[in-house]
Design a protein around this ligand. Structure first.
Ligand SMILES: C[S@@+](CC[C@H](N)C(=O)[O-])C[C@H]1O[C@@H](n2cnc3c(N)ncnc32)[C@H](O)[C@@H]1O
Length: 256
């Protein structure tokens, strides 16, 4: 039976059979995660920064990494994107996204893929969404390097869990080895390592402070355009000196 032929009860049943949803979508009146611990998620979150997002995506290609139940992929199609590809490492979430896009009649290409394998896509996308994945990775800077190298043509829309200070400030390009106090300043980039769990979730590996998020994005070659809401960054692919390797970059100033 196609979703079009389903009654509300059948839709509800199918939604529940797909397991616990992280995205609360409205599938013809059936809510996929009505009791989400973050409220009407991610709509409430999206409403905080969607104003900063291009409204007309006509002709644009979009890659949604960690697409989950498909909320952002669907929004990108609603904004007119010509092509949206959603990838996620978890087949459970992809099954939800497949069903949601079918019910809503939205054309999104969905692939099971790990972010570390994005090179296998063999193409770059005008816009890449990398929302809510970074802090779940054991190797977050490697992932940013791979995005820069393989898939981001124009814009990167980035979100990460952040903890610690929100302060950012000018830092010197170098400090003598006798300098220690700088590391304890709130505006110094810090990545908090989570050895066991955070919020009951063992897939939370890292929690950067804001200065660290910004520094890592820059170090991977992205220019920060906007910070429309806490934890959200709109970035443009910048210039990276050719001598600066992609996966094991040296700082450009160390390259003669
Ligand atoms: C917190 S959810 C964020 C979902 C969505 N992007 C959002 O912002 O609402 C993290 C998603 O990333 C996926 N994910 C985690 N690690 C991944 C990896 N290494 N490669 C691809 N997807 C991954 C998870 O399966 C999950 O769907």
């Amino acid at each position: 039976m196609t979703p079009d032929e389903m009654t509300t009860e059948q839709l509800e049943q199918r939604v529940r059979s797909l397991g616990e949803w992280f995205h609360n979508l409205d599938l013809k009146g059936v809510r996929t995660a009505p009791h989400h611990f973050l409220g009407d998620f991610p709509t409430v979150f999206w409403n905080r920064f969607q104003h900063a997002f291009p409204t007309d995506l006509k002709g644009k290609s979009v890659l949604d990494i960690g697409c989950n139940g498909g909320f952002y992929s669907i929004e990108m199609k609603r904004r007119g994107a010509a092509r949206v590809v959603g990838i996620d490492s978890d087949e459970r979430y992809l099954a939800q996204a497949r069903f949601a896009t079918q019910v809503l009649g939205v054309d999104v290409e969905l692939l099971q893929m790990n972010v570390y394998d994005v090179g296998a896509l063999g193409e770059k996308f005008d816009i890449v969404l990398f929302m809510g994945v970074f802090y779940h990775l054991r190797h977050p800077l490697l992932a940013l390097d791979l995005l820069y190298e393989h898939v981001v043509k124009e814009l990167l829309i980035f979100q990460t869990l952040e903890r610690g200070s929100d302060e950012v400030g000018e830092l010197a390009r170098d400090y003598p080895i006798s300098e220690r106090a700088i590391f304890d300043r709130p505006e110094y980039p810090k990545m908090h390592f989570i050895e066991y769990r955070y919020a009951g979730d063992w897939t939370n590996w890292w929690a950067p402070n804001r200065a660290c998020t910004e520094a890592m994005l820059r170090a991977a070659g992205f220019d920060l355009l906007e910070h429309p809401s806490r934890e959200v960054y709109i970035c443009r692919r910048g210039q990276r000196p050719t001598a600066w390797g992609a996966v094991y970059p040296r700082h450009p100033e160390s390259v003669q």
